[in-house]
Design a protein around this ligand. Structure first.
Ligand SMILES: NC(=O)c1ccc[n+]([C@@H]2O[C@H](COP(=O)([O-])OP(=O)(O)OC[C@H]3O[C@@H](n4cnc5c(N)ncnc54)[C@H](O)[C@@H]3O)[C@@H](O)[C@H]2O)c1
Length: 416
């Protein structure tokens, strides 16, 4: 996605800064900046036209000092190994910050899933699960969905892995459908967590989220469900976009309609309001909160001048480049970093995994209550520390806090 490893270089820049600010030894950076293991796979798929295509995929296992590797699988036509490494590093930090007993990993397949038939997609998903099977397991490495993958794909993968083992292994993939050892909260967990983080930020800055305006860049799983929960919390969604264009409506765009765009019952340009073929309108509209929820590197040095929101809550991974973040920081814009704001998905994955390992089932309300409590506690912990260390960005605080836990555990285990 990001050209020539730019995304990885931004993630490593932030990591290095975290190591320096936290006063950790240089050797710690040497260890933590490199993945422990990288698996590259080729997946042959017999296409509907009778010919074979071979897709390239990866599983990057970055660090497992805190527990089994954990992180999603991305299906995207432009994803590179460098992107996958960057995403795996972010998972290590995110899992550490959230207090989960997990290390970080990420998988990817270079493919445009929209161009595959359902049968081809199933073949590819099962093929990927078979290819990485020797290196994963419910206490080894536990993949989940990311961009371009979903609960149905997890169902195929968990089924394939279980067939290879000869018995059911529910805990090896998370974010499965509710009828296959999943939990109904997972569908909206990341968006719900982003909404909880935005609300927690608004509570601190304005005494509440009620009546505040929100712009959402990328109305997919994360963005559309964030819209849904933010509206329930009393905020107003004024702008939204996807790869087909953008809509702005200062009166408010109903979240139900945004969800219909996500589920493809409606095109984005059918929503009421000012329409634009540009996909980036939400980045620049007048709104209290901006939620970039599409892809990385959308707020950069060259366009940050146009951002007017007072708070940026990173639904996507890596949407703000370090250069843009410096500008926002100087302007007093609060950036709630990805590893804090979008952890709802992996926190929910953890809850699902705990259910699976015990063959136990929590109901939806109980699960959502646990998720909200973990998200809000984590936000407040980082925010309170940031209030004491305002010369740092909130990302710096989040990264240093995540690194402290990793470093301490490495020391205790004798890895450093
Ligand atoms: N889904 C999760 O559980 C989860 C968890 C943590 C982080 N994330 C991160 O959130 C981001 C989105 O993931 P998702 O699962 O919601 O993906 P998704 O594919 O469901 O949604 C992405 C949305 O962004 C839109 N989009 C893509 N490129 C765009 C562009 N240039 N301009 C405007 N819109 C664009 C797409 O049309 C789609 O609506 C990614 O960075 C992902 O890593 C997702």
């Amino acid at each position: 996605m990001a050209e020539n490893g730019k995304f990885l270089s931004y993630v490593l820049q932030n990591l290095k800064r975290g190591v320096e600010l936290g006063g950790f030894p240089e050797d710690f950076y040497k260890i933590i900046s490199k993945p422990k293991r990288i698996l590259q796979v080729s997946i042959p798929v017999k296409m509907d036209n009778g010919r074979y295509e071979v897709f390239e995929g990866y599983r990057v296992q970055h660090c497992d000092v805190l527990g089994p590797f954990k992180g999603g699988v991305r299906f995207h036509p432009e994803v590179t190994l460098a992107d996958d490494v960057a995403l795996a590093v972010l998972m290590t930090l995110k899992n550490s910050l959230a207090g989960l007993p997990y290390g970080g990993a990420k998988g990817a397949v270079r493919v445009d899933p929209k161009k595959l038939s359902q049968r081809e997609l199933e073949e590819l998903s099962r093929g990927y699960a078979r290819a990485i099977a020797p290196l994963i397991g419910d206490v080894v490495d536990i993949p989940a969905p990311d961009v371009g993958t979903n609960a149905q794909i997890m169902a195929w993968m968990v089924d394939e892995y279980s067939k290879l083992k000869g018995y059911n292994v529910p805990g090896v993939f998370t974010s499965k459908p509710p009828e296959l050892w999943g939990n109904p909260v997972r569908e909206y967990a990341t968006g719900f967590g982003v909404a909880a983080a935005a609300k927690a930020a608004a509570d601190k800055l304005w005494g509440g989220i009620e009546g505040r305006t929100v712009a959402i860049h990328g109305a997919g799983n994360t963005g559309a469900w964030a819209a849904y929960w933010l509206e329930k919390m009393g905020a107003k969604i004024v702008a939204v976009s996807n790869t087909k264009g953008s809509v702005f409506n200062k009166v408010g765009i109903p979240a139900d309609e945004i969800l219909k765009v996500y589920t493809r019952e409606k095109s984005i340009l059918e929503l009421e309001g000012e329409k634009s073929e540009s996909t980036d309108l939400p980045l620049y509209v007048e709104a209290d909160v901006l939620i970039p929820a599409a892809i990385e590197n959308v707020i950069r040095g060259d366009n940050v001048g146009g951002v007017r929101a007072r708070v940026v809550v990173e639904g996507a991974n890596g949407p703000t480049t370090p250069e843009a973040e410096r500008v926002l920081y100087q302007r007093g814009v609060l950036v709630v970093p990805d590893i804090l704001a979008n952890a709802g998905g992996v926190v929910m994955s953890y809850l699902e995994w705990v259910e699976n390992l015990q063959w136990y089932i929590w109901d939806e309300e109980e699960t959502r209550r646990r998720l909200e409590s973990i998200m809000t506690t984590n936000f407040n912990r980082v925010y309170q520390r940031w209030e004491r260390e305002k010369q740092w960005t909130m990302r710096d605080v989040a990264i240093v806090t995540a690194l402290e836990r990793i470093y301490k555990t490495m020391k205790t285990r004798g890895w450093i």
